[in-house]
Design a protein around this ligand. Structure first.
Ligand code: GLN
Length: 210
C-alpha cells in the first residue's frame, strides 16, 4: 500500500518535498506518492500533508479563500501527520504577530517572521535534531523564529539554534523554521511521517483558540 502525501503547492518547493517524502518512505520500507494540492477536495484523500515555505501572507490568503484551510484543520483533528516548513510553520502556528497572516493554529507556538536578521537572511547550520543520530544540514531562508511555545505541554522542542527552537512537534504536526527539502537529506520528512508520535489530546486541541 502506498501513502498519499499531499504537498500544498501554492508556493514553494513542492517537487523537492514530494521527492524527499518518497525517499523517506523508501528508507522506512514504505511507499509514498506525492500529490500537489492547489484546490479544495484533495486533502481528505491524503494520509499526510506538507506545508512548504514561500510567503506566509499569500499562502494563508489562498488556503482560506479556496477552503483548503478547513480541510487541513480537519486532517489534523483526525490525528494525521503534517510537516510544516518555514512559511509553512508560520501558517501552522497559533500566532504570527502579523494581521495579514491568518494562522491555522495547528502548532501551539508563537512565531516572529523574518526574525533571523538581514545579514543572516540565508544560512546553513548543522543541527542536532531529537530522533536523528547525526546532525541535519538545515538551510534557513528568511526564517521565522519560534518566540514562544504554549504552556499546556503539548509542544516538544526537537532542535534549537541561536537559543530558539527551530524544530518542534505538537502531536501529529512537526514544524521547522528551516527548509529540510533543499539538501537531499530526507530524515526530517521521515521523522515527521514515518516515526512514532506521542498520542495527542484531540479534545483539548479542538477547543484551543487560534
Ligand atoms: N519570510 C517568509 C514569510 O514570512 C518565509 C520564508 C520562507 O518560507 N523561506 O512568510
Amino acid at each position: 500500500m502506498s501513502l498519499t502525501a499531499g504537498v500544498i503547492a501554492v508556493q514553494g518547493d513542492a517537487t523537492e518535498h514530494a521527492a524527499a517524502i518518497e525517499r523517506a518512505a523508501r528508507a522506512h520500507g514504505e511507499r509514498a506518492e506525492g500529490v500537489e494540492i492547489r484546490r479544495a477536495g484533495r486533502v481528505p484523500d491524503c494520509d499526510v500533508l506538507l506545508l512548504p515555505g514561500g510567503e506566509s501572507t499569500a499562502i494563508t490568503r489562498h488556503l482560506h479563500r479556496e477552503g483548503i484551510a478547513d480541510e487541513i484543520e480537519a486532517h489534523v483533528a483526525r490525528g494525521k501527520p503534517v510537516l510544516a516548513t518555514c512559511a509553512g510553520l508560520i501558517v501552522a502556528s497559533r500566532d504570527a504577530g502579523d494581521a495579514r497572516v491568518e494562522t491555522l493554529g495547528l502548532l501551539d507556538v508563537t512565531v516572529e517572521r523574518n526574525a533571523f536578521g538581514r545579514q543572516r537572511d540565508s544560512f546553513e547550520a548543522r543541527l542536532n535534531v531529537d530522533g536523528l543520530d547525526e546532525p541535519f544540514p538545515a538551510v534557513f531562508i528568511r526564517a521565522p523564529r519560534i518566540s514562544a511555545v504554549g504552556d499546556d505541554g503539548t509542544v516538544e522542542v526537537l532542535a534549537e539554534h541561536g537559543g530558539s527552537p527551530v524544530a518542534v512537534r505538537d502531536g501529529p504536526v512537526v514544524g521547522t523554521a528551516f527548509h529540510p527539502e533543499l539538501t537531499g537529506d530526507p530524515r526530517v520528512h521521515g521523522l515527521a511521517f514515518f516515526e512514532s508520535m506521542p498520542a495527542r489530546d484531540a479534545t483539548r486541541r479542538s477547543n484551543r483558540p487560534n
